[in-house]
Write a protein that binds this ligand. Structure first.
Ligand SMILES: Nc1ncnc2c1ncn2[C@@H]1O[C@H](COP(=O)(O)OP(=O)(O)OP(=O)(O)O)[C@@H](O)[C@H]1O
Ligand SMILES: [Mg+2]
Length: 261
């Protein structure tokens, strides 16, 4: 069983797009040693920006992940912590007088692990150092206010505690060299393994000197680049609409899975 955490240089860098493409590629891969398809589960612990559907907060990322993963997970199983407002999750939590803790995320993650999937893909939120906010731990010895200890947690603490291998998505745009290197160095300094990176063009504005920038990152990041995705427009050269599923299908064929399986 393998577990991967998808992080990125920033929000909107393509974590969901790439996660769906990875899941598609993995579920279609022929596991020749066992002669059966891989079971792939998805987990998006925290989301902010959800629609209320039949009394449940539904996040678009979780919905998309559920359409590609093949472990019959419900949307809330994939995304247990959801906030309606499209704002930083810990601020959304604070507005509701709630806390998000590593312990809570880990409890939900244990539920996903019960699926015994061959591969579990965990999509982060925002970038690597996503704040969860301060938590107050009461001393077990006494409930006295003096014995309350405040500590600040980040989503990266969950990854550290669970020993997930990280895949870094780099949104290829001006400034990405700095963001990619800082993110890689911080993951490493946190004692977490970043095993691969993916160059993704998440915007229709093509980056100037894209190939030079990718070559630079290939030289500076000491991990393999396992895919490079061009921006796929909604309409092709002949004027035909391209659906999200068609985009994911074509992206999924461009991934070198050898590092992951
Ligand atoms: N290579 C690509 N070609 C076309 N569209 C893309 C590509 N990569 C990303 N997108 C689109 O860009 C938008 C942002 O990507 P995505 O939602 O995957 O980012 P994210 O990192 O998951 O964001 P968040 O931090 O909100 O979870 C989406 O509409 C997605 O479909
Ligand atoms: Mg996303």
């Amino acid at each position: 069983m393998k577990f991967f955490f998808i992080t990125a240089t920033d929000t909107d860098a393509g974590k969901t797009f790439v996660s769906c493409a990875l899941i598609k590629a993995l579920t279609q891969h022929n596991n020749t040693s066992k002669n059966k398809k891989l079971k792939v589960a998805a987990f998006k612990p925290i989301s902010a920006g959800c629609d209320l559907v039949d009394g449940q907060l539904i996040n678009e990322d979780a919905k998309l992940l559920s359409e590609f993963a093949n472990c019959a997970q419900s949307i809330t199983h994939i995304n247990p912590i959801a906030f309606a407002d499209p704002i930083a999750p810990h601020i959304a939590a604070k507005k509701l007088k709630q806390q998000i803790t590593v312990g809570e995320i880990n409890n939900h993650y244990q539920q996903v692990k019960l699926l015994n999937a061959d591969i579990t893909l965990v999509e982060g939120a925002g970038g690597w150092r996503l704040p969860l906010g301060p938590i107050t731990i009461e001393s077990s010895l006494t409930a006295s206010i003096d014995n309350k200890k405040s500590t600040y947690q980040f989503l990266s603490d969950f990854v550290k505690d669970t020993d997930l291998d990280v895949i870094l998505i780099v949104n290829m745009k001006l400034g990405c060299l700095n963001h990619a290197l800082l993110t890689y160095e911080t993951i490493k300094a946190d004692g977490v393994k970043c095993i691969a990176w993916i160059a993704n063009c998440a915007s229709s504005d093509a980056m100037n000197n894209l190939s030079e920038n990718i070559a630079e990152l290939e030289q500076l990041l000491p991990i393999p680049k396992i895919a490079q995705f061009d921006f796929i427009a909604d309409i092709d050269d002949k004027g035909n609409n391209i659906s999200f599923y068609e985009k994911i299908n074509s992206a999924s064929k461009k991934i070198n899975l050898s590092v992951l399986i």
